[in-house]
Design a binder for this molecule. Structure first.
Ligand SMILES: [Zn+2]
Ligand SMILES: [Zn+2]
Length: 255
């Protein structure tokens, strides 16, 4: 297994030139204003009448006062509807025993932000990254996934905002996308895990796509009845959970 430091250095070196080219391509340093919106997942750069929009995924934040790093997946305050994509980095860290990728919150030096953003870029499809320093001296790191054409910006804002509004507040995980499961699925028992479609944590979901899963028993009935109907759906007693809970239960069933 590769030592973490060797792994990270390689990726950081590669990322440095990619990021420089990205900033150059869009002249990001020329813009005088920027703002971002968690509800719409957009970051906007502005200079006079010129406006440039990108869709983004939050990666994490570095506190200059506390000298700590907080991964986006562990940030319960974040509303962003795609933040769980960063759990893919955690899963990779678990396989390789890289603690910086698996601990949600830890003490770190000021280089950690770019280092972990470079690793995120390596695992999540994106065109570049950006760092913002807010009034509290908090550095917030983003991966920019797409440049949004100006004629699509308003429409996308509405789409993403409605996705964010649909999120549920989980006691354990904070604000996340919602998922549906049958009453028999839980975090303790292995019940089988049948899904409406093959899922991956943080995946893109269209407006009408919802993560949904049910147990083996419900699946047997569903097949026997040739699909869901009023009667067997009552038996399944579908309930709502957050996306993170959904994947915890899924993982339990895969072991
Ligand atoms: Zn069931
Ligand atoms: Zn949850």
């Amino acid at each position: 297994m590769k030592k973490y430091s060797d792994f990270a250095i390689n990726i950081c070196n590669e990322f440095k030139s990619i990021q420089e080219k990205f900033v150059e391509k869009y002249n990001l340093n020329d813009f005088t204003e920027w703002f971002y919106d968690e509800e719409t997942s957009l970051i906007t750069f502005k200079k006079g009448q010129t406006e440039l929009n990108f869709e983004y995924i939050p990666i994490g934040s570095y506190s200059n006062s506390g000298k700590t790093w907080l991964w986006a997946w562990n940030n319960k305050e974040l509303l962003h509807n795609n933040k769980l994509k960063t759990l893919l980095i955690k899963q990779f860290g678990e396989k390789n025993n890289y603690s910086k990728l698996t601990e949600g919150f830890f003490d770190a030096d000021k280089y950690v932000g770019w280092e972990l953003t470079a690793i995120a870029y390596n695992m999540i499809e994106a065109i570049g990254s950006y760092r913002i320093v807010n009034d509290n001296n908090l550095e917030i790191y983003f991966l920019l996934t797409d440049k949004i054409e100006s004629n699509f910006v308003e429409e996308l804002k509405i789409i993403n905002k409605s996705k964010t509004e649909k999120q549920i507040q989980c006691k354990k995980h904070g604000s996340n996308r919602l998922a549906f499961i049958c009453q028999h699925l839980n975090e303790i028992d292995k019940t089988g895990f049948e899904e409406a479609f093959e899922s991956e944590i943080g995946m893109y979901l269209g407006e009408d796509d919802n993560l949904s899963a049910w147990c083996n028993k419900c699946e047997e009935t569903r097949i026997k009845d040739d699909g869901w109907n009023e009667e067997n759906i009552k038996m399944a007693k579908i309930k709502l959970v957050c996306e993170e809970c959904y994947f915890e239960i899924k993982e339990k069933n895969l072991i």
